[in-house]
Design a protein around this ligand. Structure first.
Ligand code: GLU
Length: 305
């Protein structure tokens, strides 16, 4: 058994020199106000034990990490039908690029780039009931924390700066790959991205993916084993945008990042790990967060390769 607490404390010190090398996201104005010096990290084991360091209990904007949870919801309700709406190949482009969308007839490369997340959410919105409530309740259940909620300021800030995402939704609608009203879809998308969770919340929420879909900590089956396996595979190949190859090379586990500076990493069969540091690299992934995860899997020998 490793001393995970000691590992986290070592990493929190060792990443210090990496601060100042990335840039906090500012294309969503409300995100630019988050202090660049924040750093938190949390580890959740299937036994229920957890470890954390720094600002691990502080909620932050999960942004694209929400795409992972919306995919889980869509898979649990629609199964493989999800893959008629989005592909499962890396895009090789920025998370908000629409360059391939027209060439590929409105079917996004994967559920983790923005157009793919919009198509996945559109599918989920076909279910009866309020999709925002469904997403919030699911996150509360996964995090085992009823305080998980949306940051309305971030939501409205993104909604007011969502021309590019709106353009993607309209393009997909013209190809029949978006059914909902585009305004409602965009509002719901900004809602999911503006959910706030802490590293501790996220590490708990990622646990079922590390344990084959069933989590004894949650005392429930969240996904089938096959679905958990498939989502991990798509995370490994598409979860870190167009630096997914170098992330796999450096860290070696499935992970999903968000422009709020969070990364949720799943170590199949072992644990889930969440890290938060708002400065991003040129690809939109947390600069310090990636370095911290690289140290973690190297020190604990938990990379999957
Ligand atoms: N809400 C962000 C957007 O649509 C999510 C991007 C991200 O976290 O990578 O641009």
């Amino acid at each position: 058994m490793q001393d995970y607490q000691a590992v986290l404390e070592y990493i929190a010190e060792a990443v210090e020199p990496s601060f100042g090398k990335g840039k906090v996201a500012d294309y969503i104005p409300a995100l630019a106000r988050v202090p660049a010096s924040k750093f938190g990290m949390a580890v959740q084991l299937p036994t229920g034990e957890s470890f954390s360091v720094g600002d691990a209990a502080e909620p932050f904007s999960i942004q694209s990490i929400s795409k992972l949870f919306v995919l889980e919801l869509a898979m649990s309700h629609f199964g493989d039908m999800v893959w008629t709406r989005v592909g499962k190949e890396p895009s090789g482009d920025r998370f908000n690029s629409m360059i391939k969308l027209e060439m590929e007839h409105g079917v996004p490369r994967n559920p983790f780039i923005n157009p793919g997340a919009l198509a996945t959410l559109d599918l989920l919105m076909g279910l009866k009931g309020d999709t925002k409530h469904r997403i919030r309740n699911f996150l509360r259940y996964l995090a085992m924390n009823d305080a998980v909620d949306v940051d309305e300021t971030v939501m409205m800030s993104e909604l007011g700066h969502s021309d590019l995402n709106r353009a993607m939704a309209h393009l997909m609608k013209s190809y029949g790959n978006v059914e909902m009203d585009v305004d409602t879809l965009l509002e719901t998308y900004c809602f999911q991205c503006a959910m706030t969770m802490s590293c501790k919340d996220l590490a708990l929420a990622g646990l079922p993916l590390a344990t084959g879909g069933y989590s004894s900590v949650h005392d429930g089956t969240i996904l089938s084993a096959a679905q958990a396996k498939r989502i991990n595979a798509v995370m490994l190949t598409c979860g870190m945008y167009d630096s997914v190859g170098s992330f796999a090379y450096r860290v070696g586990v499935p992970a999903k990042s968000g422009v709020g500076g969070g990364i949720l990493a799943v170590i199949p069969g072992k644990m889930s790990v969440a890290v938060w540091s708002p400065e991003l690299d040129q690809f939109g992934n947390s600069y310090v967060g990636t370095a911290a995860l690289e140290m973690f899997t190297s020190m604990t020998h938990t990379g999957i390769f």
